[in-house]
Design a protein around this ligand. Structure first.
Ligand SMILES: NC(=O)c1ccc[n+]([C@@H]2O[C@H](COP(=O)([O-])OP(=O)(O)OC[C@H]3O[C@@H](n4cnc5c(N)ncnc54)[C@H](O)[C@@H]3O)[C@@H](O)[C@H]2O)c1
Length: 445
């Protein structure tokens, strides 16, 4: 089948590459000229495990192509996927300008039937706005062309995006047109072979499903962080509590890890956008507001602990930072807790010596050259001359460190473990001070 994907970011590129891998002919359209040029030379602009090979293989086979020409894209695919960004506006609402710009271009150029598939995360009612834009553009041209607008939210996880796309838990399709649902079923069949995973529903329910999924996951994290803060004050160990509650199948073990707060390009913006949407329907989304507030507070926790340990004297100190990405296996630093920590440390006059297995280039892109940020080549190098170590991202390579080396390298023998990677007793047995999240020792008032 012929597929066009607008947007070659984390979602668009994975979508395009996976559809091509199944034998479809995919044309990816992006307005970022530099990005398209790099892709055309076989260079992958993001870090996503397995994506490199997948893109190269399909590019070489001629099934995956890249262009900046929207016209070419609209002429190419029966399916027109919209996978462009929907970043947050100042007021928390989702910025739909990129999505609607694509819709307008489609309306301006479409000459035959097209299935327009919204894969970007968009508020309920966006499909109607997409239709309006297309109708307006068609009206201005004085032509009538048949089309359908479908909501097909994406649930992939950065860091495991290929596996998630290839073997999805579910494929949600929002449409009122059974013919369109059938077309999408044919397109997705190769990814759902061992059992039917497509859930067809009306467009609005599909749009809300995506927000509900992310809001639920964010809620689980904030809930655990709330209980972790209680554990800290009550002399309990949240890691024991986690095991104790996770064993209940109604609760389950996944997504109940306490830590330095959630970040990334999705949870923060999607929770905010849902709160904002609720307001537009005159509903005060109290739980979601709290989820966000708890997370905001949690993202300050590491800084507050470090500040308390050094009795507020952070000026001139150097903090070693392990992990910059918002989670492991990605270079994405959007809303990463490491950013909150670094920026707070800088504001307090401290320096940061940071290491991340893949996000260093991204950190450099965001912050440029600055005297209070040293990006170093290894976890060990980050410790050199540092006062303390803060672990912010749970990369595999940070899980079993050489504690002797850490102790000897640090001026103050202290680890702030923002992901509860280490056993407090083990760390202490090496002569280090340990501060995790919710592990029974209260440092911050
Ligand atoms: N990143 C994730 O893990 C994830 C998961 C599920 C859903 N989503 C949603 O998917 C959407 C895309 O997210 P992302 O992380 O891939 O974003 P991204 O910022 O990585 O990529 C967006 C791409 O769209 C391009 N673009 C913008 N306007 C365009 C236009 N008019 N025509 C063509 N290309 C255009 C940009 O240049 C950019 O390359 C968002 O709505 C997001 O919420 C993201």
């Amino acid at each position: 089948m012929k597929v066009t994907v607008f947007g070659s970011g984390y979602v668009g590129l994975v979508t395009g590459a996976c559809f091509a891998e199944a034998g479809n002919h995919v044309l990816c359209v992006d307005i970022d000229v530099g990005k398209v040029a790099r892709l055309q030379q076989g260079e992958i602009p993001i870090h996503e495990p397995g994506l490199d090979d997948l893109v190269k293989r399909n590019f070489e086979k001629g099934r995956l192509k890249f262009t900046t020409s929207a016209e070419e894209g609209i002429a190419h695919g029966l399916f027109q996927f919209i996978a462009v960004g929907t970043p947050p506006e100042e007021d928390g609402s989702a910025d739909l300008s990129h999505v609607l710009a694509v819709a307008e271009t489609i309306g301006r150029n479409m000459t035959e039937y097209r299935v327009i598939v919204d894969k970007s995360t968009v508020p309920v009612g966006t499909a109607d706005k997409v239709r309006e834009r297309i109708d307006q553009a068609l009206g201005e041209r004085g032509v009538k062309v048949e089309y359908d607008v479908v909501s097909n939210p994406e649930f992939l996880k950065e860091g495991a995006a290929i596996a998630d796309f290839m073997k999805p838990d579910r494929v949600v399709v929002g449409t009122d047109n059974p013919r369109t649902a059938e077309l999408l079923k044919t397109l997705y069949d190769p990814f759902t072979r061992n059992r039917e995973r497509m859930i067809v529903m009306d467009v609005r329910s599909a749009e809300l499903t995506k927000y509900a999924a992310n809001a639920m996951l964010a809620t689980k994290i904030s809930f655990m962080n709330e209980v972790a803060n209680l554990a800290e004050r009550m002399g309990a160990d949240i890691e024991k509590v986690r095991l104790g509650i996770g064993s209940d199948p109604r609760i389950g073990y996944s997504f109940i890890y306490p830590g330095a707060g959630y970040g990334g390009s999705c949870f923060p913006k999607d929770v905010k956008a849902l709160v904002h949407s609720a307001g537009e329907y005159q509903f005060d989304a109290q739980l979601l507001k709290s989820v966000e507030a708890v997370n905001k507070r949690q993202k300050q926790l590491l800084f507050r602990k470090i500040g308390a340990f050094f009795k507020g004297e952070l000026k001139g100190r150097t903090i070693a930072l392990w992990g910059l990405a918002f989670k492991p296996n990605t270079d994405d630093m959007r809303e990463a807790p490491a950013r909150d920590l670094m920026e707070a440390l800088w504001a307090a006059g401290a320096k940061v010596r940071a290491y991340d297995p893949v996000a260093m280039i991204e950190a450099k892109r965001i912050y440029g050259d600055r005297a209070d940020l040293d990006l170093v080549a290894s976890a060990e190098a980050a410790l050199d001359g540092a006062d303390a170590l803060a672990v912010v991202t749970e990369w595999q390579e940070f899980r079993s460190p050489d504690f002797d080396l850490i102790r000897d390298a640090l001026k103050h023998k202290v680890i702030f473990d923002g992901r509860n990677l280490y056993e407090p007793a083990l760390v202490k047995s090496f002569g280090l001070v340990y501060h995790g999240v919710g592990r029974g020792e209260r440092l911050v008032v």
